[in-house]
Design a protein around this ligand. Structure first.
Ligand code: 5GP
Length: 190
């Protein structure tokens, strides 16, 4: 989407390790009207799929998921990053590898927040190797919830996450697709 590409061109910063910093508008300081535009685009694409919940991972997915859930008129659920090894038996749990922090963490969702009557829209700020999304899909599988689609703000399409999800049959809609961050320059897919 043009609005997202423009904003990345204007305010995105490329950091070492092919990381795009979007701290001034998406995941630290947040431009809520930009999030509203993202949410409306997601609603336009996924709005007729009888979605019952929007699901994301804390922390940076929460703003996007909240406004999207409000647009769709459904609750939002965020998977919590758990530090505790003594997890309750009434939680779904999955293990995720973090590309940006180079470590594993567990994500958990309470059984009472997701069940086999739910039809879910998964959202996140970035899609890179797809580990975070695979963790959320694993949790939906455990809950027996259907996945109606996946909404992403920024897909780094030079990493394999998006391709793998599409090959698995998921409808992935990304607001911007980045083909390269080489030499500190952002190049978008056409
Ligand atoms: P994945 O699990 O798809 O490899 O990575 C997705 C997660 O890693 C996102 O939730 C996001 O927080 C983080 N991430 C991946 N690449 C970037 C990046 O270039 N910039 C930022 N800010 N976060 C990223």
């Amino acid at each position: 989407m043009e609005f997202m590409e423009e904003r990345i061109r204007r305010d995105g910063r490329v950091a070492p390790g092919e990381i795009l910093k979007v701290d001034t508008f998406l995941n630290h300081q947040i431009d809520v009207s930009l999030i509203r535009q993202i949410a409306k685009a997601l609603k336009e694409h996924f709005g007729n799929r009888e979605i019952t919940k929007v699901v994301t991972i804390e922390a940076s997915g929460i703003a996007i998921a909240s406004i999207t859930a409000e647009e769709l008129g459904v609750p939002m659920v965020f998977a919590k990053k758990s530090k505790s090894r003594n997890l309750n038996s009434d939680t779904y749990k999955s293990r995720v590898y973090s590309y940006t922090h180079d470590r594993y963490y567990d994500i958990v969702v309470n059984e009472n927040a997701l069940n086999d009557n739910d039809k879910v829209l998964l959202v996140d700020d970035f899609l890179a190797n797809g580990q975070a999304m695979q963790g959320l899909l694993d949790i939906c599988r455990q809950a027996g919830a259907d996945v109606a689609g996946i909404g992403i703000c920024i897909e780094k399409s030079f990493q394999p996450g998006g391709k793998a999800l599409r090959e698995e049959g998921y409808d992935v809609l990304s607001m911007a697709k980045i083909k390269s961050l080489e030499n500190g320059t952002v190049e978008f897919e056409q």
